[in-house]
Design a protein around this ligand. Structure first.
Ligand SMILES: Nc1ncnc2c1ncn2[C@@H]1O[C@H](COP(=O)(O)OP(=O)(O)OP(=O)(O)O)[C@@H](O)[C@H]1O
Ligand SMILES: [Mg+2]
Length: 211
């Protein structure tokens, strides 16, 4: 595979979508081919699963059913969109990926990290991001930001302790895999956050076959 796979992670409202748009513009200006996609979703099948997952009406959802729906959407996404794009040599930027499942369905819902890793391996057939940006932000700040521009989805309606477990799980992932997962302070102004993300991306580009 020739492309570069970058994922953007963080709690609700941490600035993922904002920063993906900025990174995409930056890379395209430098002549790179960039594909942006998101999870859950990214394909017609995945978007249909997304609707089921995020609908506040589905409050009866079993936590294992939830986990498997995320992984089902991911399997489709990797097979149909991400691997082909990487095969063409594109930089693929994905808004959330397996680390979100580890944080939300693992730490948030109390499912084991071992089960998570095994399922990610199956769903992605072993695809791991080359670079993961973790935009870290206090949970209350992220939820307040998100609330300003849209209605809460089913996951966001979880209590603050749930989101705190998610934040801590993301930070643990960064500690366990420092080469892959880079923490950026989401409290910084947008342009500073963007600058840090660009520098992490440039660092990996200069080390990869892209150089
Ligand atoms: N560094 C920042 N400082 C202050 N506000 C910001 C910053 N980055 C983004 N915002 C604002 O916070 C809100 C949420 O940003 P954004 O939608 O990019 O986050 P997100 O992580 O994609 O959220 P979601 O979880 O809803 O997908 C937006 O209104 C955005 O303009
Ligand atoms: Mg977003």
């Amino acid at each position: 595979m020739k492309g570069l796979f970058v994922t953007m992670e963080g709690v609700e409202g941490s600035g993922k979508s904002t920063q993906i748009a900025l990174l995409k513009d930056y890379l395209q200006t430098k002549g790179r081919s960039v594909d942006v996609t998101r999870e859950p979703g990214g394909t017609p099948i995945g978007e249909a699963v997304r609707t089921v997952l995020l609908d506040p009406a589905n409050d009866a959802m079993d936590s294992m059913a939830e986990l498997l729906l995320y992984e089902a959407a991911r399997a489709q996404h990797v097979a149909q969109i991400i691997r082909p794009a990487l095969g063409r040599g594109a930089i693929v930027i994905c808004d959330r990926f397996s680390d979100s499942t580890t944080a939300y369905q693992g730490a948030g819902r109390g499912l084991s990290k071992e089960d998570m890793d095994r399922l990610h391996g199956l769903a992605t057939r072993g695809l791991v991001p080359d670079l993961t940006i973790l935009i870290d932000l206090p949970v209350a700040e992220g939820l307040a930001r998100a609330k300003r521009y849209r209605d809460a989805d089913r996951i966001e309606l979880e209590p603050e302790e749930f989101h705190e477990r998610v934040r801590q799980a993301f930070l643990r992932l960064a500690k366990d895999e420092p080469d892959r997962v880079k923490i950026v302070d989401g409290l910084l102004p947008m342009d500073k956050v963007a600058e840090e993300i660009r520098s992490h991306t440039e660092a990996i580009l200069s080390r990869s076959a892209y150089a």
